[in-house]
Design a protein around this ligand. Structure first.
Ligand SMILES: [Zn+2]
Length: 541
C-alpha cells in the first residue's frame, strides 16, 4: 500500500497551490489555486489539469485567496463532481471571491480577444465565467475547525486556524493504509498560508504536534521583519497619508480585497477617531472588497459584540459598487483616498486609476502587500520610469511608497516557530509555496534551528513522492514548465521593457533623421527586409 503526493503548483513560486494526496482507495486535493504573476505563469491556468479530474474524491481548501482556490470552478467545469470542503468563513467568502474571479476572467478575455482580432489571431475562451464561480461556491461544504471529518474513503481531515486571513486553515490528514511507524494511520499536515500571530483581526496560528510529514509554506522564508504593533503601523499610515496630502494629489492604495482592505479600514478608523487625520473621504472601489467586508462584519460582530463593525460604517467611508461611479472618481484630483483592487495591480479598477494618475507627480501610491514578480505592482515597487497599462505607455511620476508594515504571512522566525511547535515530525518536511531564495532561506533557518538537513525537501512542480516507512522517495518528475525561466521576468516583460526603451531612445534622439536611422538599424537587426509600406503596396498589385 502506498501514499503518494504530487505537487501541482506553488513550488519555487507562491501561486497555484495544489497538492494531490493519493492512496490505493482515494485521492484528495489540498487547494486548487490559480497561478498569478507573469503572463507566462498565468498561461498555466489555461492548460489542462495534470491529473485525472474524475479520479479526485475531494478538494479541501485552506483559504479564500485566489491562488489557493481560484481553479476550483475550472475543476467543476472539467467534470468534477466530488465535495469541495472549507471552513465556514472561507465558504462565505468564496460566495463572492469565486464569481468575482470568473468576472475578472471574462473581462480579461474580452479585452484579449479584442486585441487578438486586431492582430488576426483566433479568440480564446475564459478559463471560467462568473456563473461557473457561482455554481462552484454553492457546491462548497462548510466544516467547523478542530473537528475531524471523513474527506474521502480512508482519509480523515481536520482544519486548524492558520491566522492568515478570515477562515484560513492548516489541514491535517489522517490517511489509512499508510506506512507510519506505529502501524497507525499516517498523519500529514499542510500549513496553508501561516499568519503573523499579531493580526488584530485573527487569532495566532495553531496546529497539532507529532505528525509524519509536514508541508510548510515559505513565502517570507528569507525575511525577518521587526515586530510591528498596531500603534506603530497606524503611525506609519498616518505619516504616509499626511505626506500624500501635502504633495497635493490623490492617494491610491491597491489593496487585496480580503483581509488587507479590512485591516486598512481599521487603521484609518483609528486615525480618524483619534483626530490624527482629517476626515477625508475614503472610497473602497472594489465590489469584491465591499462584499468581503460584509463577511468580516458578520464574523467580527459575533466575536466582539459589534465593537468592530463601526470601522466599516463611517460617514466618510464610501463603498463604490457601480462602475459608472467608479469612473466618476477620476474627477477627484486631491484630498481623497481610493482603495481599489487588485492588490498587485494586474486586474481590476486600480488599473484605471493608475492610468489616470501615475503621470501626475502629486499622486501617491501606497503599496501595502506582496507584489508577485512580473505584475504591475512589482514594476511600480521597482521604481520603473514608465509602464504599460491596457496597451498604453504611462510615465510614472507619482510618489510610489511601499508599506512593509502590513503582512498576512509569518516571516522566517514566525515560520521556524510554527514548525518547532509541530515537532516531532517523524519523516520529512516539504518546504513549498515560496520563490527559490525564500525556500532556501527557510531551509537554512530550519537547519540552524536543529532540524536534520536530510529531512528537508524542496519539491518541484510536477514531482510525485511516495511516502514510505523510511521517508519520502521521489517517484517521478513530470515537469510541465521550467518555472525559474518564466517566474520573474518572462518574454512579455522583456517585450514591454524593449518597447519602452525604444520609445525613450526615440524621444532622446536629436532629429527626425536620427529617429529614422535608429529604426532602420533596429529593422536591420531583426533581419526584417520588407517594410510595412512595401507589404501594403504589394497587396495592391
Ligand atoms: Zn493567502
Amino acid at each position: 500500500m502506498t501514499i503518494k503526493v504530487t505537487f501541482h503548483g506553488a513550488c519555487g513560486i507562491v501561486t497555484g497551490s495544489c497538492y494531490e494526496v493519493r492512496t490505493a482507495k482515494a485521492a484528495v486535493l489540498i487547494d486548487c489555486g490559480m497561478f498569478q504573476g507573469t503572463k507566462s505563469i498565468k498561461e498555466l491556468n489555461y492548460a489542462p489539469f495534470a491529473f485525472d479530474v474524475a479520479k479526485i474524491d475531494a478538494v479541501l481548501l485552506t483559504h479564500a485567496h485566489i491562488d489557493h482556490c481560484g481553479l476550483a470552478p475550472k475543476l467543476m467545469k472539467a467534470g468534477y463532481k466530488g465535495a469541495i470542503v472549507a471552513t465556514r468563513p472561507t465558504a462565505d467568502l468564496l460566495t463572492y471571491v469565486l464569481p468575482d474571479s470568473g468576472y475578472v476572467q471574462e473581462t480579461e478575455v474580452t479585452r484579449l480577444n479584442r486585441r487578438n482580432r486586431q492582430r488576426g489571431r483566433p479568440p480564446v475562451e475564459p478559463i471560467y465565467c462568473r456563473a461557473d464561480g457561482e455554481a462552484c461556491a454553492k457546491h462548497v461544504t462548510p466544516r467547523a475547525s478542530d473537528k475531524w471529518f471523513d474527506a474521502a474513503p480512508g482519509i480523515k481531515a481536520r482544519f486548524w486556524d492558520a491566522g492568515h486571513i478570515l477562515g484560513s486553515a492548516s489541514i491535517e490528514l489522517l490517511v489509512e493504509d499508510g506506512t507510519s511507524r506505529k502501524g497507525q494511520p499516517l498523519r500529514l499536515l499542510f500549513s496553508g498560508d501561516i499568519g503573523t500571530g499579531d493580526n488584530m483581526l485573527q487569532h495566532p496560528p495553531r496546529g497539532p504536534a507529532d505528525v509524519d510529514y509536514l508541508f510548510v509554506e515559505s513565502t517570507y522564508g528569507d525575511r525577518l521583519r521587526p515586530k510591528v504593533t498596531q500603534a506603530q503601523r497606524s503611525a506609519t499610515v498616518r505619516r504616509e497619508i499626511q505626506a500624500g496630502l501635502r504633495a497635493g494629489g490623490i492617494i491610491l492604495i491597491p489593496a487585496f480585497a480580503v483581509e488587507r482592505t479590512q485591516q486598512l479600514l481599521f487603521d484609518l478608523d483609528y486615525l480618524f477617531e483619534h483626530g490624527q487625520l482629517p476626515n477625508l473621504p475614503v472610497f473602497v472601489d472594489s465590489p469584491l472588497a465591499t462584499k468581503a467586508t460584509s463577511v468580516f462584519a458578520k464574523y467580527l460582530r459575533r466575536a466582539a459584540g459589534g465593537a468592530y463593525a463601526t470601522a466599516f460604517s463611517r460617514p466618510n467611508l464610501h463603498f463604490v459598487e457601480d462602475a459608472d461611479v467608479s469612473r466618476k472618481l477620476s474627477r477627484l484630483q486631491s484630498g481623497a483616498i481610493i482603495i481599489a483592487g487588485s492588490g498587485m495591480c494586474d486586474a481590476g479598477r486600480i488599473r484605471h486609476h493608475l492610468k489616470n494618475h501615475l503621470s501626475n507627480p502629486t499622486t501617491t501610491v501606497l503599496l501595502v502587500g506582496y507584489q508577485a514578480p512580473g505584475t504591475l505592482g512589482r514594476l511600480l515597487s521597482q521604481a520603473v520610469p514608465m509602464v504599460r497599462i491596457h496597451g498604453e505607455e504611462i510615465v510614472v511620476n507619482a510618489r510610489i511608497r511601499i508599506l512593509g508594515e502590513y503582512s498576512g504571512h509569518a516571516d522566517q522566525s514566525g515560520l521556524v516557530a510554527w514548525v518547532r511547535d509541530r515537532l516531532p515530525v517523524a519523516q520529512n518536511i516539504f518546504v513549498v509555496h515560496g520563490e527559490e531564495p525564500a525556500r532556501a532561506g527557510l531551509s537554512d533557518a530550519l537547519v540552524a534551528a536543529g532540524l536534520p538537513k536530510g529531512s528537508l525537501r524542496l519539491p518541484q512542480i510536477g514531482e510525485t513522492v511516495r511516502l514510505t516507512a523510511s521517508g519520502a522517495k521521489t517517484e517521478r518528475i513530470r515537469s510541465r514548465v521550467n518555472v525559474a525561466a518564466i517566474a520573474t521576468f518572462d518574454w512579455h516583460n522583456a517585450y514591454a521593457d524593449t518597447v519602452l526603451a525604444l520609445r525613450r531612445s526615440l524621444d532622446a534622439a536629436g532629429s527626425d533623421g536620427a529617429r529614422q536611422g535608429l529604426l532602420r538599424r533596429m529593422r536591420a537587426l531583426l533581419n526584417d527586409a520588407p517594410t510595412i509600406q512595401s507589404k501594403a503596396r504589394s497587396r495592391h498589385l
